[in-house]
Design a protein around this ligand. Structure first.
Ligand SMILES: *Cc1c(COP(=O)(O)O)cnc(C)c1O
Length: 394
């Protein structure tokens, strides 16, 4: 067989990420590649960094995009802040807390697990108990927005608890950044990482990170070298640190950074608070439609993430077949459950560019049609009207 140019089908991405990418971002990515030390590229990097500080709501100097996916942002935080022999309290309420545990172990440190059920937020009382039982712990890590379940944890409270017990806090904001409130400086988060392809609606492959003053101090006082050469912040900063002294560290993914710059510009133009409000509003409309159909959310109301809607699969329904129908017939991608929730839920993402009225209505219409065809136990003919009543007559 002779290979041909690859032309992907045009889909609507309403899963756990990647989310739909704006045509503006794709167009930016197709601009000419220049050198990664070209003065024009370097000034683009300076702008990008300022916009990233805005997105994170931080003045942290050590704020930059790691040239790799969100998982590498996670690993960057752990390898720089955790040393062999450390104790790290990891709060787990879904898939990604489990990955944090892996990272801690691979740093030669001991994870102390604080477990909550999948679909529940992290319980601050359990964290406090663990901090009291382990006064020698140096770091607390948790996921603010658990994409595997759609549950949101109270980052501000958890960070404060960590500080009250002389620990630094590492926060996973992969799904929260740009979609729901995250205030790195106001909440005094020490280290935070995210990904480009969730609520920032950029192509995948970039992991923004930011380190606060306590984290920088810890990095400077490390006993040994960071075990990862690529992710060692003290080395990467020679490239991202700014000024005329920028030196080669690795070849930046030039065109992906054009795309990321454009995605951050779109966020800045909209305004962060407006983006949070848009995600919240579209979630309420989707919710009205889902509940009118008779389907149920997995997460209790106050902890639901607007950008990741976990819906229970009704009894007797083949969840894989539903997703396949949505993809094949409607070009619509939604997510499956993971881990403890595999086969039990669907995950409908309303992230970034994909969080809009058209997608909410199309998704409800398609889901209702597919479920009706399968004789699933739903109430047909009500979802669109319920969602429209949230959007208003206009
Ligand atoms: C997607 C995600 C990650 C991993 O990001 P990748 O870009 O897939 O490596 C980590 N944490 C959370 C909460 C996520 O949703």
């Amino acid at each position: 067989m002779t290979a041909k140019s690859f032309h992907p089908p045009v889909r609507t991405l309403m899963g756990p990420g990647p989310s739909d990418v704006s045509p503006r971002v794709l167009e930016a990515m197709a601009r000419p590649t220049i050198g990664h030390l070209d003065p024009a590229f370097v000034s683009m990097m300076d702008e990008l960094k300022a916009m990233l500080q805005y997105a994170f709501q931080t003045r942290n100097e050590l704020t930059m995009p790691v040239s790799a996916p969100g998982s590498a942002g996670m690993e960057t935080c752990f390898v720089n802040l955790v040393e062999p022999g450390d104790k790290v309290i990891v709060c787990q309420n879904g898939v990604f807390g489990g990955r944090m545990k892996e990272n801690v172990e691979r740093c030669g440190a001991t994870p102390i697990m604080v477990m909550d059920d999948w679909g529940k937020p992290v319980d601050p009382n359990k964290l406090e108990d663990a901090l009291i039982t382990h006064p020698d712990a140096r770091t607390v890590a948790f996921v603010q927005a658990e994409t595997s379940t759609g549950a949101q944890s109270d980052a501000q409270t958890l960070v404060k608890l960590a500080h009250d017990h002389d620990c630094l806090a590492i926060v996973d904001a992969v799904t929260s950044l740009g979609g729901s409130p995250l205030k790195v400086d106001a909440w005094e988060i020490d280290a935070v990482y995210s990904g480009s392809q969730k609520c920032l609606s950029c192509v995948p492959g970039i992991a923004p990170v930011s380190f606060g003053p306590r984290a920088v101090e810890r990095i400077q006082n490390r006993k040994g070298k960071v075990q990862s050469w690529f992710m060692d912040m003290s080395l990467v900063m020679g490239y991202w640190g700014g000024g005329a002294k920028r030196a080669y560290h690795h070849t930046a993914p030039i065109n992906t950074l054009y795309a990321f710059h454009e995605a951050l510009l779109i966020l800045q133009e909209e305004g962060l608070e407006n983006a949070w409000a848009r995600h919240a509003h579209n979630h309420l409309a989707l919710r009205a439609g889902i509940e009118a159909m008779g389907l149920q959310f997995v997460v209790e109301e106050p902890y639901r993430l607007p950008q990741l809607n976990a819906i229970a699969v009704p009894a007797g329904v083949d969840e894989t077949a539903v997703r396949a129908e949505l993809l094949n017939r409607y070009n619509l991608e939604i997510g499956a459950g993971l881990g403890a929730l595999a086969g039990k839920i669907w995950r409908i993402g309303l992230m970034g560019f994909a969080s809009n009225q058209t997608n909410v209505l199309n998704c409800l219409g398609a889901l209702e049609a597919v479920l009706s065809d399968m004789q699933a136990p739903i109430q047909p003919g009500t979802a669109i009207a319920a969602a429209k009543s949230v959007f208003g007559a206009g």
